[in-house]
Design a protein around this ligand. Structure first.
Ligand SMILES: Nc1nc2c(c(=O)[nH]1)N[C@H]1C(S)=C(S)[C@@H](COP(=O)(O)OP(=O)(O)OC[C@H]3O[C@@H](n4cnc5c(=O)[nH]c(N)nc54)[C@H](O)[C@@H]3O)O[C@H]1N2
Ligand SMILES: Nc1nc2c(c(=O)[nH]1)N[C@H]1C(S)=C(S)[C@@H](COP(=O)(O)OP(=O)(O)OC[C@H]3O[C@@H](n4cnc5c(=O)[nH]c(N)nc54)[C@H](O)[C@@H]3O)O[C@H]1N2
Ligand code: SF4
Ligand SMILES: [Mo]
Length: 739
């Protein structure tokens, strides 16, 4: 063996001739890895590396982060503003002046003709927090539409809603360090190794030091479930039933933390009555997990000194998404596992700044987790912005998923889409196409000109992306980290902050208001507005954030002894702010968390004779969402270049489907062509399709909405499989590829 090794050539890593490394934060997922981008002596970004001193990733990066510098020169970027009279005409290049004036005039015309709320704004989880805050000020304080929301309704809305219902406020209470202390970890509908590879690496590190049971609840045999101690292959959409049954066993067997329930929760009596109905035998028939396993897991979880749950889209994207989150919170409340080391309900967030938008964008309310329904909150923010509180609506408007139907019915006539691509990411895209075509005016603001939604717009704003501008992201564990500007945006593309500020100038209402130009100045505004709130960031500033490689909130001013936090290089946190609710006091008036009863009503589209397969959808490690970025990066795209489905080999045999042959998937909404990949990862009655490809799985999906969060059930609908002509399908597939 040794002999053989000696003969091998050592691996050589090409010298990229980096002259300077610049600090920034990854712009893909919500893990929040600190990155350095290497520039050569011409100032061209040529390399990326992880930052060793950053607590989150400790020098590591995943496949997306490692090649992130290639984004700057990727094809399809928008260089100039574009304009056209009608969506069937060709676009013409135009000046920013013209593009902004036309848009402002159209907003005014639509609002003047049909009312203020007839113009809607849909934002994202992928801008900087300072940009979100400014967009919120523009939408709520200047333009004044109540139909302003974000793509986070497709993503985190159920987590937000569930936290609010259980604890009285949004805000994930745990952190990655909890892996180091937990004695039992349950993961619901999360494929951590592929979707949050570095959080997964943190978990693996903890497991190498100390063993504790890992239980993965997922209908698929994911990479995560393959390394777990137990895999619970749940029937899609029934996690609430499993959670009620776990609570049933814990209470029935006297394993609950009765002191915690008494001192820190309300609603126990009704809750106990409800879960009494979910004995493991009855539950197992609905959720597909056998009764012994339910009992075993309940005992493991309740007897552990510290137990934690994490979850992602398998819970959130369901008609019971919000209930699923509340069910997880219930489980942790009855076992006393909130706000303690290794004991937590930790929602793993999605986009790089899904948290920042929740905290500061005003999408569902007002900045700093304030709500429109509270007159004091309206007054505080109105005074701060120097506007009349009466300008604000007294109730939040439509959710993102309700804005499209409101276009269909003519209630909304104009739309501004910012960093989101609904033509690929929304369920039932045929319906979305029709709604977009119905708009009197659509403006798309995206870093990529070739994003599908631009085909339906009248005006296109080319935006800078990621480290072409400066500002903060908040990650899954409430850690605020900074993206420093590494390079200039292409041609005439502009930072989103600049675009919002320019738009504000075009409305009279903004004359008495402040719209600071730099993101550091905007951050200072947010600091002031955050004082005394749960999301207190008043002790941070951009420089301190970089010095510390990210800081978790809450982080009040009292934690600083210097005027400008970064002035003090020896600055240390004097209070551990890694976890929320450590004192068991919650954000409800009585300071108690709520135990909420969750009766289960099965309302999904389920497989039947005509459409015999569950359609499950999600992601792969190499791609990010609608592939505007990763589709053009060779080292990401080449590993997953084609739309495909996972199908169980037995099911494939019965239907005569060969491995790597093309098939047509058909649902009640539409059809799509995919390659068949035969794998035991999915059960006999399920197929799984990644949602990254345009004109693919979201032509099929139904997306029934959760009643609380309005988040679509992307992961549950029904399809059948048909044979197709292989050559025709192959041709179609080649046309769809980027590489
Ligand atoms: N590589 C990569 N990483 C990403 C992203 C990306 O696009 N690419 N996107 C980021 C974003 S925005 C998000 S939101 C996260 C998403 O991260 P994840 O939620 O981890 O990813 P998904 O693949 O969407 O879904 C996770 C799992 O939910 C399971 N599931 C389906 N139905 C059910 C059910 O009824 N119950 C349970 N318990 N599980 C179910 C699916 O089988 C799937 O394995 O990833 C983030 N990270
Ligand atoms: N079937 C199915 N569908 C799903 C899901 C699923 O699991 N299954 N998951 C859902 C989830 S969790 C999510 S989060 C959504 C994501 O859905 P989208 O938000 O629609 O997807 P992205 O491709 O991330 O779109 C972001 C856009 O912003 C642009 N962009 C990037 N950076 C910037 C910037 O700095 N400024 C501007 N102006 N633009 C920028 C990108 O080019 C891209 O076009 O998809 C949802 N859709
Ligand atoms: S784990 Fe997420 S944040 Fe870290 S490098 Fe990968 S995509 Fe970026
Ligand atoms: Mo997401």
């Amino acid at each position: 063996m040794l002999f053989g090794r000696k003969k091998k050539n050592p691996i050589k890593i090409a010298d990229k001739k980096v002259a300077e490394w610049k600090y920034t934060t990854c712009g893909y997922c919500s893990t929040g890895c600190s990155i350095e981008v290497g520039l050569n002596d011409q100032g061209t970004p040529v390399a990326t590396r992880g930052v060793g001193s950053a607590d989150v990733n400790r020098g590591k990066l995943c496949v997306k982060g490692i090649f992130e510098h290639e984004l700057f020169k990727s094809k399809g970027r928008g260089n100039e503003p574009l304009i056209r009279q009608h969506i069937h005409n060709a676009y013409q290049k135009t000046s920013w002046e013209d593009a902004l004036n036309t848009t402002a005039n159209e907003i005014k015309r639509i609002q003047g003709t049909y009312g203020r709320d007839a113009f809607a704004i849909i934002s994202t989880g992928q801008l900087m927090t300072e940009e979100f805050y400014t967009l919120g000020k523009l939408s709520r304080g200047v333009i004044g539409t109540n139909n302003y929301d974000g793509n986070t309704t497709l993503c985190m809305a159920s987590a937000v809603s569930g936290y609010k219902r259980s604890f009285g406020s949004d805000g994930p209470p745990g952190c990655y360090d909890d892996f180091e202390h937990t004695e039992c970890l349950m993961a619901f509908g999360s494929n951590l190794p592929e979707q949050h590879p570095i959080i997964f690496w943190r978990l693996k590190q903890a497991l190498e030091k100390r063993s504790f049971p890992v239980i993965v609840v997922d209908p698929r045999v994911t990479m995560f479930s393959q390394m777990a101690d137990m895999h619970l292959a749940i029937t899609p959409g029934t996690d609430v039933v499993l959670l009620n049954a776990l609570a049933h066993v814990i209470i029935d067997e006297g394993l609950a933390d009765t002191d915690y329930i008494k001192n820190h929760t309300s609603g126990a009596e009704t809750f106990e009555k409800l879960v009494a109905q979910y004995d493991p035998v009855t539950a197992s028939k609905i959720c597909g997990i056998d009764e012994d396993t339910i009992r075993n897991v309940a005992r493991l979880y309740a007897k552990a000194d510290a137990a934690m749950s994490i979850w992602t889209m398998g819970i959130n994207q369901s008609t019971h998404g919000s209930d699923g989150v509340v069910g997880i919170n219930n489980l942790n409340l009855i076992t006393g596992n909130i706000g303690k080391e290794g004991g937590s309900s930790l929602s793993i967030t999605g986009q790089c700044n899904a948290m920042g938008t929740r905290e500061w964008s005003s999408c569902s309310g007002l900045p700093g987790y304030r709500v429109l329904e509270n007159p004091e909150h309206r007054k505080e923010v109105a005074d701060f912005w120097n506007i009349d509180p009466e300008f604000f609506p007294k109730q939040r408007g439509l959710f993102q998923t309700d804005i499209f139907p409101a276009i269909e019915t003519g209630q909304i006539k104009g739309l501004w889409l910012i960093a989101t691509n609904p033509m690929t990411s929304m369920p039932n895209t045929a319906r979305i196409r029709k709604t977009l075509e119905k708009l009197e005016f659509l403006v798309v603001q995206d870093s990529y000109e070739d994003v599908e939604t631009t085909q339906y717009a009248h005006v296109y704003f080319p935006a800078a992306t990621w480290a072409e501008k400066e500002g903060c992201f908040t990650n899954t564990e409430r850690r605020v980290n900074i993206v420093r500007k590494v390079t200039e945006p292409p041609a005439n593309a502009k930072a989103d902050l600049w675009i919002f500020n320019q738009m504000a100038k075009r409305f009279e209402q903004s004359a008495k208001m402040q719209f600071p130009e730099t993101s550091a100045e905007v951050f200072n505004e947010m600091r002031q507005l955050s004082k005394g709130r749960l999301v207190d960031i008043s002790g941070m500033d951009h420089d301190l954030i970089e010095q510390q490689r990210g800081i978790q909130w809450p982080y009040p001013t009292t934690q600083n002894d210097a005027n400008s936090p970064a002035d003090n290089p020896h600055h240390k946190q004097d209070k551990d702010n890694s976890r929320l609710y450590t004192d068991g006091r919650f954000q409800y008036a009585d300071q108690k968390a709520k135990l909420i009863s969750l009766p289960f009503i099965d309302n999904n589209e389920v497989p039947d004779q005509e459409y015999p397969f569950w359609l499950n959808t999600g992601r792969v490690v190499e791609h990010f969402h609608s592939r505007t970025k990763t589709g053009k990066i060779g080292n990401c795209n080449k590993f997953s270049p084609t739309p495909y489905m996972e199908i169980n080999p037995d099911a494939a045999l019965e239907l005569g489907i060969e491995h790597m042959s093309y098939v047509r998937l058909v649902s009640r909404r539409g059809d799509a062509i995919v390659l068949a990949q035969l794998t035991q990862r999915v059960p006999h009655n399920m197929i799984f399709v990644p949602f990254h490809f345009h004109d693919c799985v979201n032509r099929l999906s139904l997306g029934l909405l959760d009643p609380h969060s309005r988040q679509p059930a992307f992961k549950q609908s029904a399809v059948r499989i048909e044979h197709v002509d292989q050559q025709e399908a192959a041709q179609l597939n080649v046309e769809m590829r980027n590489f």
